[in-house]
Design a protein around this ligand. Structure first.
Ligand code: FE2
Ligand code: FE2
Length: 277
């Protein structure tokens, strides 16, 4: 099995293009899969440079509806054609990011930038799930993650529209991918909008397993309060984690903190970083 990060904010080797987004290419003995698609500028280019053939993917998994995880869908579909796309029904919600500078509020659309029909015409066969589901042998999606920790709260600058009403985004659609391997669980996060610890706890609960070979992807740890970041790190240190490879919306400050805590078990998941099992 091999997992390679093909879209990410930073480039760490002399190949690929960085963009604000995330995508991981997963190779198993049985089939290849794509988890998220980046924002659309780098997925095809980077897949070619990294020798990952998007035409070989068997399924696409979407972590949530933000543009930086779904914007590459048309480019992937144009190459692949018909393919199952697993996601939560809220992946299609309209989403907004609010920024405030000198009292001036700016609202930017940050949802899935394409209509469902267009993506279906390109070959997407949407399979929508809200619950924990095994999507292939040994590979599962969390579905909706129960919010249980006291310190993980939603990001106040992210909004979504449900039934014509715009409110703080609760990210029911945020889901992560789990690969059950001989070395332990592999957990691939998109943006961890459900809270990284909520996700890890839920995965342990659903799988009955408590050892993670690797936790990989975006953690959103740098955009919230310091308390949330530090409480999350404290909780993570109590969990059996062999490697932790964060990137994307983790932010540099939180990544450095994790490196301090996890030492050699930490790596930064830049474009092209991979994990061989
Ligand atoms: Fe993201
Ligand atoms: Fe996100």
């Amino acid at each position: 099995m091999k997992i390679t990060i093909i879209c990410e904010n930073t480039v760490g080797r002399r190949l690929g293009l960085g963009e604000h987004g995330f995508s991981a290419f997963i190779e198993t003995n049985a089939a290849n899969y794509l988890f998220d698609t980046g924002a659309g500028h780098s997925v095809v280019k980077n897949s070619l440079e990294l020798n990952k053939d998007l035409k070989t993917i068997n399924k696409i998994f979407l972590s949530h509806g933000h543009y930086d995880h779904t914007g590459g869908l048309p480019e992937v579909l144009k190459l692949k054609g018909k393919v199952d796309v697993h996601a939560h029904p809220h992946v299609f919600l309209d989403r907004i990011h609010v920024t405030k500078e000198n009292e001036k509020e700016t609202r930017k659309f940050v949802g899935l930038p394409y209509k469902r029909k267009y993506l279906e015409l390109l070959g997407a066969n949407f399979i929508l799930n809200t619950n924990f589901i095994e999507v292939a042998k040994g590979i599962s999606l969390t579905g909706e993650v129960p919010r249980k920790t006291s310190f993980e709260r939603p990001d106040p600058v992210l909004l979504s529209e449900i039934d014509g009403k715009i409110n703080q985004d609760i990210f029911s659609d945020d889901q992560s991918l789990i690969l059950d391997t001989d070395k332990g669980l592999i957990l691939v996060l998109g943006c961890a909008h459900s809270g990284m610890i909520n996700i890890v706890n839920y995965v342990m609960d659903k799988t009955g397993k408590d050892n993670f070979y690797v936790i990989l992807g975006g953690t959103h740890l740098d955009f919230l309060t310091e308390e949330q970041r530090e409480e999350s790190i404290k909780a993570l240190k109590k969990i059996k984690i062999e490697k932790i490879g964060v990137c994307h919306c983790t932010g540099m400050r939180a990544a450095f903190r994790l490196q301090q805590e996890f030492g050699d078990r930490f790596f930064y998941g830049h474009v092209g970083s991979s994990l061989d099992l």
